[in-house]
Structures are given as structure tokens and as C-alpha cells.
Design a protein around this ligand. Structure first.
Ligand code: FDA
Length: 515
């Protein structure tokens, strides 16, 4: 304990010494002695698994207002052997932006969240601490026919989200958020502030999908905005097993990845009580964004997916920005201002995993999943099936580190939630989702069994947080997230951070740190 206290005192002295304006930096620092320390720490934490008293806590939280303060934080953390965890939106599934088992400081980007939209060039600069909801709001404020293809939940931070890929309901038309990044500003391990030109194309490639936390502190992104029609259409149709859900899902697998790219229909699957007899059933909600009006959507659905029985009454026309509220679960008529609020919408205990599907899962395979959902832990479990195809098929696997392109029909996100605190309940739910994951093995991608880094899952492999990590050890998780791009990520890391200062349980290791 005393060693930590010393480190923390020395770190604070170093910060005041190396900050251009030392009076102001003291206002950005929270230590366990501050009354607001816990509320600042917990503010953006999404996963309650990492809020227990036994979760390792940072010695210091720093919330900088400008880049010179970030340079001082990097310098002093290096000098005093403290690890840095950079946090933007705090939505990391495994808490890597705010938990570490070695002495560490949280660099919280919350105060660096300005957004400048240029309607003429159809571009925007967005600082890492902003949320995607704030970005969407500022774009729509400028021009209702511009949008951006990022995630669904408005409180996700652009710092982590874009650096891991970032997808939402426009992915079949425009690809990932990271596919639409055209410049970035980053502070490297030497405290230098670099943009695309000065960082070079290798590092710029790596931070668009390779996970920012391995390479430096990303200050801001410049993105290309995309065109959205003035009217889009949304619908959600829920079908239970009695209403032919299994066959509809089976059919969907064949057709959803081939729909015209303006049409995105995902499926949310969970267990519910049947309204007919009160018994458990599986409910599949077909949840869709169509980039156009109802009059075009209905004939399209009649041609491609008549079995779903979509009618005009199921559909609602709205603006693209209103559809953001719809998919985030807000009621109709809610003010767009809710997008500016970064308080997480829900907080639960959860564990998630991801899978990619290359061949349709047969009906008996789906029925085996339903049986698992009928177990106790299936009560609050969910599977989200997101179709690929369209633009995702056109982008090369090596264009950015995110490699899951042509050949993938859809991605699955497996989730299990619970509401009670405690190790026993948590282990029970985690072991349930691990069993579900084992059950899925014959039906999903193999060699590697691919995974999405933004759905972080430490079960797929980890580094040694306290020592060196071999290539063999890191490639266990690295190949799953990045396939062949993993090797190039290691080369970039070796060039920009050979001493492996920016590290976590799933950061890219440099060659020099290999055994
Ligand atoms: P957080 O701040 O926790 O950071 C995540 C990782 O990035 C950490 O390793 C962190 O150190 C690093 N990092 C953060 N900021 C950095 C910076 N400025 N410089 C360098 N490294 C930085 N995904 C998706 O693709 N589509 C979706 O629709 C959703 N929806 C969704 C909903 C909910 C409720 C959750 C909890 C998560 C999602 N996600 C998602 C997953 C999301 O994309 C993923 O968790 C992102 O990494 C979150 O980014 P944050 O900045 O919020 O996370």
C-alpha cells in the first residue's frame, strides 16, 4: 500500500512540475482522498461487473482539458512506472479502460469532446471524449441529409468505438465508422502530437480498427459524413416459435446478406412468456432500418421476404436522426437533446461474446440454442444477429485492421445479463454463456473462430499484464480479432512503442517484448 501511495505522490508532483499551467492541472486530478473520486470513476462504467469494492481502482484519475496535459500525463506515468488506461466512453465490455491489476492512472477524455461539422466538405472533426450520440446530434443540427455509420447506443465513446471498427444500421451501405475516418490526431509514447501526415500511413492504418489503446492516446478523428435520405423507414416485427420464428430466422440467413444495401434487418432473439399460454417461448424481433420511404420498402419486402408479412401499418417513416432515437429505445416524440446526455441509459452486470457465421445454421442447430435459452440463466440472455454483405463485401480484408468482410453472412453477439451482485451469480452466468459458445462452435467461423474486438472478450486469450507476452500467446486472441492483419499490427507497434508502454490484457505486443 505504501509503495502505491509513494508512486501516486511522486506522480502528482511530476504532473505539477511538467504541466504548463500547474494550478489548473490540480483541478483535473481525482485521488481516493477526493470526495468525488468514486462518482467520477463510476460515471461512465457500463458493466456493473467492474464496480465492486474488490475491483482494482486507479491511484489517480486525470480529466485533461488540453493536449499539453496529456503529454505531461504520459511523461509522468512512464517516469513513475504507472500504467495508463485511456477512457473515452467507458463502454469496454471487460472494463479495460478503467481496471488494471498493476498501479495505474485513468486518463479520462470526458472533457475533450468538441465536435466541428463542416457541411460544405461533408466532414467533421470529433474529439475522442465525445459520444456517438453527440456526433449524430451535431451532424443533424447542420444538415438533415447527412449522417454517420457508427453504433446504436448513443453513449458509446468515439475514442474506443472508432478505434475498434464501430458498426451500426448503415453498415451494409457505408461500412464501419473506421472505414470512414480520413484523419486523426494522436499523442504518441514520446508525447508528440501527430496527425495523419506526420504519423504516417502505417500508424494511421493501425488505429482504425486495431484498438487505439496499443498505440497512443487518440485525441480526435476526422470523418467523412455520408448522405442519408430525408425520410427513412423503421420497423420491428416480433415472432414467437408458434408464429414460425425458427423458419423465418432460417430463411433470413440466406437473404438478409443479399438484400439491396439500403435495407438492414437484424434479429434480436430472447426468451419470453407466450401471451397465449404463459409458457416460455423464443421471440425473434426483426428490427429494421430502410434508407427510403414505405412505398419502396413494401414491394421490396414482398419480393425478397414475403414470409415476414410486413404491412404498411408495421412501418414508420421518420428522419434519420429520429431513427437514432428509435433504435436507442426512446419513445416517439422524445427530444433530440437526449442524444447530448452521456449518462449510460442502462447499467447491468453482463458478459458478451461474438461470432461470425459463414454458412446458414440448420434448423436443428437453432433449436439447440432455444433449449439453452430455456435454462435458468437464459432468462435475460439475448442474441443479436447483424447481417453483412453490401459494402462490407467490397472492402478488402487488409484495408484496415478489422478483417471480417466478404464471406461472412452475419455476425452474432451473444449476451447474458443479471441484476444481482456476487461472485456465485456472476460465475453461474459466465459459465452459461461459455457453454452456449461451445455449443455454437460447429455452426460458426473456424480457423480462426473470429471475434469482434469491440465486443471484447478476455476468454479468447490474454497477454501477461505484468510481464512480456510471446507472439504465440498474443496471436491466440490477435488472430481471432484481426486474422492476417495481426502481424502488421505487431510491426506497427514495434515501430511506434517498442518499450510496450501502452499495454493491457489485449494490447498488441512489440517484437522486442517477445520471448
Ligand atoms: P472505453 O472508453 O471503455 O474504451 C474502449 C477501449 O478503447 C479501451 O481499451 C480504451 O483504453 C481504448 N480507448 C478509449 N479511448 C481511447 C483513446 N482516446 N485513445 C486510445 N485508446 C482509447 N459497438 C458497435 O460496433 N456497435 C454498437 O452498436 C455498439 N453498441 C454498444 C452498446 C453498449 C451498451 C455497449 C456497452 C457497447 C456497445 N458497442 C457497440 C461496443 C463499443 O463499440 C465498444 O465497447 C467501444 O470500444 C466503446 O468505446 P468507448 O470509448 O465507449 O469505450
Amino acid at each position: 500500500l505504501s509503495a502505491s501511495a509513494d508512486t501516486h505522490e511522486e506522480f502528482l508532483q511530476c504532473l505539477s512540475l511538467h504541466s504548463p499551467n500547474s494550478t489548473s492541472i490540480s483541478k483535473l486530478i481525482y485521488t481516493p482522498n477526493n470526495t468525488s473520486y468514486l462518482s467520477v470513476l463510476n460515471f461512465s462504467i457500463q458493466n456493473l461487473r467492474f464496480t465492486s469494492p474488490s475491483t482494482p481502482k486507479p491511484l489517480v484519475i486525470v480529466t485533461p482539458f488540453d493536449e499539453s496535459q496529456i503529454q505531461a500525463i504520459i511523461y509522468c506515468s512512464k517516469y513513475h512506472g504507472m500504467q495508463i488506461r485511456v477512457r473515452s466512453g467507458g463502454h469496454d465490455y471487460e472494463g479495460l479502460s478503467y481496471v488494471s491489476d498493476v498501479p495505474f492512472v485513468i486518463l479520462d477524455m470526458i472533457n475533450l469532446s468538441s465536435i466541428t461539422v463542416d457541411g460544405e466538405s461533408k466532414t467533421a472533426w470529433v474529439e475522442s471524449g465525445a459520444t456517438i450520440g453527440q456526433l449524430y446530434y451535431r451532424i443533424a443540427e447542420k444538415n438533415k441529409t447527412l449522417g454517420f455509420p457508427a453504433g446504436v447506443c448513443p453513449t458509446v465513446g468515439v475514442g474506443g468505438h472508432f478505434s475498434g471498427g464501430g458498426y451500426g444500421l448503415m453498415l451494409r451501405k457505408y461500412g464501419l465508422a473506421a472505414d470512414n475516418v480520413i484523419d486523426a490526431r494522436i499523442v504518441d509514447v514520446n508525447g508528440q502530437v501527430l496527425d495523419r501526415k506526420s504519423m504516417g500511413e502505417d500508424l494511421f492504418w493501425a488505429i482504425r480498427g486495431g484498438g487505439g489503446a496499443s498505440f497512443g492516446v487518440i485525441l480526435a478523428w476526422k470523418v467523412n459524413l455520408v448522405t442519408v435520405p430525408s425520410t427513412v423507414t423503421v420497423f420491428t416485427i416480433a415472432k414467437t416459435l408458434d408464429q414460425n420464428a425458427t423458419n423465418l430466422i432460417y430463411k433470413w440467413q440466406h437473404i438478409a446478406p443479399k438484400f439491396p444495401e439500403d435495407l438492414f434487418i437484424r434479429i434480436l432473439i430472447r426468451r419470453v412468456n407466450s401471451s397465449e399460454n404463459g409458457k416460455w417461448t423464443i421471440q425473434a424481433s426483426f428490427n429494421s432500418l430502410y434508407l427510403g420511404g414505405i412505398s419502396n420498402l413494401i414491394p421490396l419486402m414482398q419480393e425478397h421476404f414475403p414470409e415476414l408479412g410486413l404491412t404498411e401499418e408495421d412501418c414508420t417513416e421518420m428522419s434519420w436522426i429520429e431513427s437514432i432515437l428509435y433504435f436507442a429505445g426512446f419513445s416517439t416524440g422524445e427530444s433530440l437533446d437526449v442524444l447530448l446526455d452521456r449518462t449510460p441509459l442502462t447499467r447491468q452486470y453482463f458478459k458478451a461474446k461474438s461470432d461470425y457465421v459463414k454458412k446458414p445454421i440448420p434448423v436443428f442447430g437453432l433449436e439447440g440454442i432455444w433449449r439453452m435459452f430455456y435454462e435458468d440463466e437464459g432468462e435475460l440472455a439475448e442474441m443479436i444477429l447483424s447481417p453483412y454483405g453490401g459494402k462490407m463485401d467490397e472492402i478488402a480484408e487488409s484495408a484496415i485492421p478489422f478483417p471480417h468482410r466478404k464471406g461472412n453472412l452475419y455476425k452474432i453477439q451473444h449476451l447474458v445479463y443479471w441484476n444481482e451482485e456476487g461472485e456465485e451469480v456472476s460465475q453461474r452466468h459466465i459459465s452459461w454463456i461459455r457453454r452456449l459458445y461451445s455449443y455454437m462452435a460447429p455452426y460458426v467461423s473456424r480457423f480462426p473462430r473470429a471475434a469482434y474486438i469491440n465486443y471484447r472478450d478476455l476468454d479468447v486469450g490474454v497477454n501477461n499484464n505484468k510481464g512480456n507476452t510471446s507472439y504465440a500467446q498474443a496471436s491466440i486472441w490477435g488472430i481471432k480479432y484481426f486474422k492476417n492483419n495481426f502481424n502488421r499490427l505487431v510491426q506497427v507497434k514495434t515501430k511506434v512503442d517498442p518499450g510496450n508502454f501502452f499495454r493491457n490484457e489485449q494490447s498488441i505486443p512489440p517484437f522486442s517484448a517477445w520471448w
